[in-house]
Design a protein around this ligand. Structure first.
Ligand code: GCW
Length: 642
């Protein structure tokens, strides 16, 4: 297939009215596209060059040419293609993967944009999937894990695999490979074997045959993603084997076909003294024990996609095992598809974090892109939990697309700034008018910090409603619940103060980090304020940099968050002339919800924590409107479906 054909296929876009960054479907650029296998380019990299014979997009692979074409289109659309171009781009990570938490009944775990786009059990929606793949190709995403990490063994049934093969066929021309999440008990649950023990030869054989079957249907199948011994899912520890035993058994089955295993480090046992310590404690002793085609997939923070967490200490810890970051693009903990939160700044914060490991390359991005320990990284990867569903605008909120977009752009080039990504997204999606772009850009750039302020400022975490993770419920405590699923486990509020003591006199979590971070986090004087309650239990009257007491500061942050959302409403009102009525109104209506939710968060938290601090909400901030008792009665019908 020549690149021209690929570009032509891209032209078959179904609808242009979903408000995506690619409004007209096909990348029409003014350049000659050349695929030349002898070019000095890594992976699907490309060059855009102005030569005496005119402008050229050059690549070693057809997909590289496609990426180059899209890159040029982006430059043209954003007014950056006028000068002389001499560009060479190669991806930061080889595998840039979306993780869909989609179930076979078409529900999506933590999905806020409608049913699964895969339409399980219905005819394959070819045009929709093409469009999805095209959007991914335009930003360089080249892999999709189709199903939920809470995987059912049925996923590997023959009829489903045939269906996966059809999806793979549709996405292949766009360079998007499919991967699957697998359930570790599949040999027993689906194959009828008496056990799923990874050291049992019959179990190993079952996985080898399954791999053979998969590859006979999908020759370029990417590999398996595995959530094992985590939140009730089965795993090797059920048979007294280690994570390495489990991952390696699957890796051996996939190895003849160059498949990989992405083994998640999201593990925590009930009621342990500090959940944040556990992934590190379990995986560090296994460093170096994994096969070459295994990557350990680690959430950006040590607990669970909270509005703010420090980076997971595993990134600085393991030096003999390939690792990849997992981000959450779906806003499980940031307002679902109702809140405008541009997540790029959160991704960037993690990728740029310096782990201070003993290597010239020590940031999370440098380590996971293989720069620090090249001999250990057979391949490199990065994952984002998708926020995509059947909603007409894909993500439920028009601005939620910007986080999908940013994930793709950062996966391609981890050195891009969130600001340049937001700017180009706005220009392609809405308008290039600076009067529109600049204020809206500022709104996007501050939006994550704003959400942190009105939900969980100063290092607070996991004080969500137990059932849905949407609104506040710091008081949530149903009878018999797992301690580490209760907000009070995390906020530890009492008359003496608030926050989780992870210092050396507490859980010792700080020592999972290299110096100087360990000591910096350990000391109240040097711990960054935005992580204060993550690492410290703080007395209510602790003096903050602002000169306020901790209590007053916390109230100010909540209040600041609410006021910032009101500023966004004003920004969006002023943006009206630049945006079509439908999209303008949709965003306006969502901002209204966000403002009301921000007040809900503020009122609930300052009043609930005020019962412990015994201090009044300072006079210079807006006073809570609704009494706590009323807020405690709010129950949303948003139970998530496994
Ligand atoms: O954040 C938690 C979610 C679960 C999710 C789990 C995980 C897929 O609340 O819904 O399960 O993390 O990442 O495995």
């Amino acid at each position: 297939m020549a690149i021209a054909a690929a570009v032509a296929i891209i032209g078959c876009s179904k609808s242009n009215d979903d408000g995506t960054w690619l409004l007209d479907g096909s990348p029409k650029v003014n350049a000659e596209v050349v695929v030349d296998e002898t070019l000095d380019l890594v992976n699907d990299g490309f060059m855009i060059k102005d030569t005496p014979e005119g402008r050229k997009v050059l690549a070693r692979t057809e997909i590289g040419a496609l990426y180059g074409t899209y890159a040029l289109q982006r430059l043209e659309r954003t007014g950056q293609a006028d000068g002389v171009l001499d560009i060479k781009e190669e991806p930061s990570f080889e595998r840039r993967i979306l993780n869909h938490w989609d179930n076979l009944n078409n529900t999506i775990e933590r999905g806020y944009a409608g049913w699964s786009i895969w339409h399980w059990g219905e005819p394959v929606p070819v045009e929709l999937i093409k469009e999805y793949a095209r959007l991914n190709a335009s930003i360089g995403i080249n892999g999709s894990v189709l199903n939920n990490v809470n995987a059912t063994p049925e996923m590997l049934r023959r009829d489903y695999l045939e269906r996966v093969a059809e999806i793979a066929d549709v996405m292949r021309p766009y360079g998007v490979r499919v991967y699957l999440s697998v359930n570790f008990s599949s040999p027993a649950a689906l194959g009828g074997l008496p056990t799923s023990d990874p050291l049992d030869p019959a179990v190993q054989q079952w996985w080898r045959s399954k791999a053979e079957e998969i590859y006979s249907l999908i020759p370029d199948f990417g590999g398996f993603l595995v959530k094992a011994n985590s939140e009730g899912l089965p795993g090797p520890q059920d048979f007294s084997r280690t994570h390495a035993d489990g991952a390696n058994m699957l890796a051996d089955a996939l190895e003849p076909y160059d498949g990989i295993v992405m083994w998640r480090a999201f593990v925590y046992a009930p009621n342990s003294p500090d959940r944040a310590n556990q992934a590190y404690d379990e995986f560090m002793p296994l460093d170096g024990e994994f096969r070459d085609n295994v990557l350990i997939q680690i959430k950006n923070g040590p607990v669970d996609f909270q509005p703010r967490e420090p980076f997971s200490p595993l990134f600085g810890g393991m030096t003999k095992t390939a690792m990849m970051v997992e981000f959450q693009i779906t806003q499980e903990y940031m307002g679902g598809s109702n809140h405008l939160v541009y997540l790029s700044t959160q991704l960037e914060e993690c990728l740029d974090s310096d782990t201070h490991c003993d290597n010239e390359y020590s940031t999370v991005a440098e380590i996971t892109s293989g720069k620090a320990y090249p001999e250990v990284y057979n391949t490199t990867a990065i994952a984002g939990v998708a926020n995509i569903g059947r909603d007409k605008n894909w993500c439920g909120h028009y601005f939620a697309q910007s986080s999908w977009y940013a994930f793709g752009r950062l996966a391609w080039n981890a050195e891009l700034s969130s600001e340049e990504i937001a700017r180009e997204w706005l220009q392609q999606t809405f308008s290039t008018e600076p009067e529109f772009v600049e204020p809206v850009l500022d709104m996007m750039m501050t939006s994550r910090e704003t959400a942190v302020d009105y939900m969980m400022p100063l290092g607070l975490h996991h004080i969500f409603a137990g059932e849905h993770h949407y609104g506040p419920e710091p008081w949530y405590e149903p009878e018999g619940a797992r301690l580490d699923w209760l907000p009070k486990y995390y906020h530890q509020a009492g008359p003496d103060g608030i926050g989780f003591d992870r210092t050396r006199s507490g859980s010792g979590n700080v020592d999972q980090y290299h110096e100087p971070l360990a000591s910096m986090y350990n000391s109240l004087e040097t711990c960054p304020e935005e992580l204060l309650l993550w690492f410290h239990h703080i007395p209510w009257d602790h003096r903050m940099a602002s000169g306020r007491t901790f209590w007053d500061e916390m109230c100010h942050r909540y209040d600041r968050g609410v006021k910032k959302v009101r500023e966004y409403q004003a920004v969006w009102d002023a943006a009206k002339p630049y945006v079509d009525e439908e999209r303008w109104e949709a965003v306006r209506a969502k901002l209204e919800i966000q403002e009301s939710d921000a007040r809900w968060w503020r009122d609930a938290c300052v009043q609930y924590f005020g019962e412990f601090s015994g201090m009044p909400v300072p006079a210079d901030v807006e006073q809570p409107e609704r009494p706590l008792e009323e807020l405690k009665k709010i129950k949303l019908n948003m139970k998530h479906h496994n």
